[in-house]
Design a protein around this ligand. Structure first.
Ligand code: FAD
Ligand code: FES
Ligand code: MG
Length: 286
């Protein structure tokens, strides 16, 4: 079960895996995610969005960035290897309807979870403008896939190495200033980008949906790890989300909670690197 059928490297830090998971492939809807455990010996479980699914082939696609220990271990897996545990589909599916003009904004790896949503919004008959941003050209992923969906595609990079130089909020503001303004925005990326994206659309009253990437442990609403405050109420991202009204999310509180585990994550990552370096040195000596 959960055998890796295909592995592709999309950029220096981003990998795409096609994993055997027939039941999930059949059930999943855009916006949903899985929680996986890479190996029996590694306890950590991490959430990843179901970027695509093929019910006929019985497989799901995961696209992930190597940021720490568990994502690096996942990137070490090869075709034919299995993933120890895969739980899903989890979370509420995206509410898809024809609203008119939808602006989909993806930052960095956020483009991966945005893809199935943009696809479904287009299929529902919306005009879809996609804004994709990355720190530089080499970190930009899925341009071809997004170009197929978008009526208009705008690319921005922080350093100007591709597309327009600047942040995703610049073209988003320009679109909001146009008449007619967009009917809806879907923004997925780092918390700080979603916070400022939501602040950009707020004065124009453009309904804005964000997909939150909180720490998750059980993914079933039991542990409270993914707790956020939305509109003054406590919500669990794993069962009530991951999508929420961006104008109601308390991003500052969410970012504070995300930083809570940083020292431990960095230590684990460092230890994993040391382990890899030792293994490489041992190989060199052989
Ligand atoms: P670490 O060094 O342990 O952590 C790096 C950062 O990742 C942390 O600072 C924290 O922000 C986040 N993180 C760490 N542990 C967890 C955890 N258990 N749960 C949630 N976040 C954690 N990433 C992708 O690359 N592709 C995706 O499609 C994707 N989809 C996601 C969907 C949801 C609903 C959520 C909540 C997160 C998603 N993420 C996705 C983020 C991904 O889960 C983290 O990058 C991953 O957990 C990092 O683990 P690590 O051990 O490699 O890194
Ligand atoms: Fe435990 Fe959401 S991950 S309550
Ligand atoms: Mg980790």
């Amino acid at each position: 079960m959960n055998r890796i059928l295909k592995k592709t490297q999309l950029s220096a830090e981003v990998f795409r895996l096609e994993v055997e998971a027939p039941l999930i492939a059949h059930e999943r809807k855009p916006g949903q995610f899985i929680i996986l455990q890479v190996d029996d010996s590694i306890g950590e479980r991490i959430p990843l969005t179901i970027a695509d699914a093929d019910p006929v082939n019985g497989s799901i696609t995961l696209i992930f960035q190597t940021v720490g220990k568990t994502t690096h271990l996942l990137a070490d897996k090869q075709v034919g290897d299995s993933i120890a545990a895969l739980l899903g589909p989890l979370g509420q599916p995206t509410h898809i309807e024809k609203v008119g003009h939808v602006v989909c904004v993806g930052g960095g790896i956020g483009v991966a979870p945005l893809h199935p949503i943009a696809q479904a919004m287009k299929a529902a008959g919306n005009k879809v403008t996609i804004i994709m941003g990355a720190r530089n050209k080499s970190l930009l992923i899925m341009e071809g896939e997004m170009r197929k969906i978008a009526d208009d595609l705008i690319i921005v990079t922080d350093d100007g190495s591709y597309g327009r130089k600047g942040l995703v909020t610049h073209p988003l503001k320009e679109l909001c200033e146009q008449s007619p303004k967009p009917d809806m925005a879907v923004i997925i990326g780092p918390p700080i980008m979603m916070k400022f994206g939501a602040e950009t659309t707020r004065p124009y009253g453009v309904h804005t949906v964000v997909s939150l990437n909180t720490i998750m442990i059980d993914g079933t609403g039991m542990c409270g790890g993914c707790r956020v405050t939305v509109g003054g109420k406590t919500q669990f991202v794993c069962v009530d989300g991951p999508e929420f009204d961006g104008h109601l999310v308390d991003f500052d509180n969410m970012m504070k909670r995300l930083r809570a585990y940083k020292p431990r994550e960095d230590a684990d990552h460092q230890a994993h690197h040391c382990h890899l370096e030792e293994a490489a040195k041992a190989l060199e000596k052989q």
